[in-house]
Ligand binder design. Structure first.
Ligand code: NDP
Length: 340
């Protein structure tokens, strides 16, 4: 059985969907309440591969909210992730994806040092960040949608915002090795990590966000931002393709201009319907088929019976592993979201 640990995108979102998740008593509660709420299994479902194989899964709501990071409720955030992992293990789930900020918190606060949660010793082999599949899907989205828009990658300038992150660094490796993009702009805050990435890639220019945006034909957003940023379309090159891969979404604004194209990044579509309610709760356009690519990674690991932490640690994602999970993705009927 596979598991998905997820969270909602904001306190407002949590209050509005508490009823649909089956705990109506949470809907009028503020952040303090959510800080003390336990994780819950809120959905059980089956997924059928195009090979005919059927597997069973569960969704665990961790009750983490991004406001916990914004308001420095770090201990609560850490507790949410560890308790959700303990619940997954107690529920005899073989492989579980740490969705959205769960894996960011796990890495940022070094939770591998905390493997004892009450009477449960966490077995990290049962968890995956899902970031290898997410990075693969974002790279395929870049390739497929740039072709649709007539942007030639070999002569394009691509800015990766969150370049030094787990997903961002993998995307940079792929863009450099597989696409040989003309210019690669690396955006993040920590200069030392940027310098290390540039040394590893053997190329790339380090820029601030303000400097990078006007130069880019393609902008990939994979920064771990608990709250989205607003950018003005005025400063963007036209046409410009923006792939927003963050959760919560990194971009707050809708772009009125027709030559700025924003694609939901790191989202896959399955070929067959799934009997779950959870993707409706997180407002997927086609909830019975679309999902976050990190969740799909747990599904793929279960289909293939690869019960191992396929994606783990930071900045260790190789192109070979992206290709391997990509082959499994195609084999079982997943495809990258490409509709703008
Ligand atoms: P990491 O924590 O590994 O990396 C985050 C990156 O963002 C780092 O480069 C960090 O560098 C940068 N960053 C953070 N804040 C800012 C900022 N304010 N301005 C510029 N850069 C910033 O995260 P992941 O790679 O694991 O995840 C990235 C995003 O993808 C998250 O939003 C996550 O929720 C989402 N995600 C989506 C999935 C999907 O299935 N669609 C699956 C998994 C994750 P620095 O700190 O130096 O600025």
């Amino acid at each position: 059985m596979f598991g998905l640990i997820g969270h909602l995108s904001s306190l407002k979102h949590a209050q509005s969907v508490a009823h649909a998740l089956g705990y109506s008593e949470y809907s009028n509660q503020g952040l303090d309440f959510w800080c003390s709420a336990p994780p819950l299994v809120v959905d059980s479902f089956h997924v059928t591969s195009i090979t005919g194989q059927v597997i069973e899964g569960k969704y665990i709501e961790s009750c983490f909210l991004p406001e916990m990071l914004i308001n420095r409720r770090i201990k609560s955030a850490i507790r949410k992730v560890l308790n959700a992992m303990a619940l997954s293990q107690k529920s005899d789930i073989d492989i579980t994806a740490l969705g959205g900020f769960s894996s960011v918190i796990f890495e940022e606060f070094n939770l591998k040092e905390n493997n004892q949660v009450r009477n449960i010793e966490l077995d990290f082999n049962r968890f995956t960040t899902g970031n290898t599949h997410t990075a693969y899907i974002i790279c395929r989205q870049i390739e497929l949608v740039s072709a649709q828009l007539g942007i030639d990658l070999a002569s394009a300038t691509v800015a990766v915002c969150g370049a030094t992150g787990d997903i961002g660094s993998a995307v940079c490796r792929w863009l450099e090795k597989k696409n040989n993009v003309a210019e690669l702009l690396l955006v993040a805050r920590n200069r030392e990590r940027l310098d290390n990435l540039r040394a590893e890639l053997g190329r790339g220019e380090i820029f601030s966000l303000e400097e990078a945006l006007p130069k880019a034909d393609i902008v990939v957003w994979v920064a771990s931002m608990p709250k989205g940023v607003e950018i003005s379309s005025e400063i963007l090159k036209k046409p410009c393709l923006i792939i927003d891969g963050g959760y919560p979404k990194n971009l707050d604004s809708k772009f009125a201009q027709s030559d700025v194209y924003v694609l939901k990044g790191g989202i896959v579509e399955h070929s067959l319907d799934i009997d779950w309610k959870i993707m409706e709760v997180v407002s997927m356009d086609t909830p019975s088929r679309q999902m976050f690519a990190c969740f799909a990674e747990a599904i793929l690991l279960e289909f293939e019976q690869w019960h191992t932490n396929f994606s783990w640690g930071r900045n260790l994602i190789t192109i070979e592993k992206m290709e391997l999970i990509g082959q499994a993705s195609i084999k079982h009927g997943f495809s990258p979201l490409v509709s703008l």
